[in-house]
Design a protein around this ligand. Structure first.
Ligand code: NAG
Ligand code: NAG
Ligand code: NAG
Ligand code: NAG
Ligand code: NAG
Length: 296
């Protein structure tokens, strides 16, 4: 286990996930008497671990203290959250697709179709993530739903020999990356090989496909072996409240989410709903009473 872990650490330079402090500048981010953190992850309102603590059950998160340190999960799902920011991002760990053949035993180890369906208040961040294929005889697709439309795109990675691979460069030789459209909340990944890696000699006969935070993945030739040990990689989601505009939200004061004075409502570039921010010169959480405080 230790060697697998160090291998993973060597092969991946995951951005050091910031261990977000439970509050910024000691300003509260959660409602009174509510957990503001789980392990290293902050839990800012509208997220919360119980009905008194979240805005709506869609913002329900679970802190599982069986793990040391405890781990945060989306609702009661297996989707692990590593970070929630007040700016409207949420970082999760998402499964990667593997497709491996072992000619000596005739065996195959494949999990080529991981998928994720998000609640409507979450969308995949289309600027921070890239659909990525790693392999030498590999192609794959990413497809699913945008707000109300379908999308599909793909990528191919081919290589003849290790000398052809360029460290840090994902441009089609052994690694291929492509962007995804905005407003995506439903992701399905399919992974295939053209010739079952029959002509791939110097690497394991494996291919991989995943949607990943671009800054958290650096291609190296070691990936062609090392990704076999990796189950999940970071993915950035965007969150927002509700599914209406700021004008609609403000009109219903009983459910309006921008509760702090000195706060304003804005429309995210991605997905449904609205977000809240403190006015210039103020900081803290716009989502709770008196959350925005002057800096002077
Ligand atoms: C990826 O590699 C480049 C060049 O070697 C480096 O500047 C960058 O910091 C690396 N990114 C990560 C996330 O390790
Ligand atoms: C916490 O995680 C453990 C191990 O995965 C699992 O068995 C347990 O059911 C989880 N507890 C809760 C409250 O989700
Ligand atoms: C790849 O392997 C599968 C399952 O072993 C087999 O059905 C298929 O015919 C093979 N395809 C090629 C091109 O070798
Ligand atoms: C918006 O939310 C309301 C209430 O939750 C729901 O009835 C409606 O169908 C939603 N509209 C869309 C387009 O999702
Ligand atoms: C994606 O996340 C970054 C922060 O990682 C943020 O600056 C950007 O606005 C987000 N993009 C969209 C489309 O929401």
């Amino acid at each position: 286990m230790a060697s697998i872990l160090s291998l993973i650490t060597l092969l991946f330079t995951l951005t050091s996930l910031p261990s977000t402090a439970p509050s910024r500048n000691n300003l509260p981010i959660a409602k009174p008497d509510c957990a503001a953190a789980c392990g290293g992850a902050a839990i800012p309102f509208p997220f919360g671990t119980s009905p008194e603590c979240y805005l709506h059950y869609t913002f329900w998160v679970t802190c599982n203290t069986t793990f040391d340190p405890p781990k945060l999960f989306l609702q009661d799902s297996a989707v692990e959250i590593t970070e929630i920011t007040l700016e409207g991002q949420l970082r999760i760990l998402h499964y990667i697709a593997h497709d491996c053949y072992y000619p000596s035993t005739g065996g195959a180890d494949t999990s080529n179709f991981p998928s994720i369906k998000l609640p409507t208040y979450l969308t995949v961040n289309n600027t921070a993530n890239k659909f990525t294929i790693v392999g030498c005889d590999t192609y794959g697709f990413i497809s699913g739903q945008r707000l109300d439309r379908n999308y599909m795109t793909g990528c191919t990675a081919i290589c003849d020999s290790e000398e052809d691979l360029t460290e840090g460069s994902c441009t089609g030789v052994g690694c291929c990356q492509t962007s995804i459209p905005n407003d995506v909340w439903d992701v399905g990944i399919e992974l295939y090989s053209y010739l079952n890696y029959t002509y791939v000699w110097n690497f394991d006969r494996c291919g991989f496909a995943f949607l990943v935070e671009e800054a958290a993945f650096n291609f190296s030739s070691g990936n062609l072996r090392g990704l076999e040990q990796v189950e999940r990689l970071p993915l950035v989601l965007d969150w927002a409240i509700g599914n209406g505009t700021c004008e609609e939200a403000e009109a219903d004061s009983s459910s309006y989410g921008c509760l702090s004075g000195k706060s304003r409502c804005y429309k995210p570039r991605n997905g449904y709903g609205y977000r809240c921010a403190c006015e210039d010169g103020y900081q803290g959480s716009a989502y709770i009473n008196d959350g925005c405080q002057g800096t002077l």
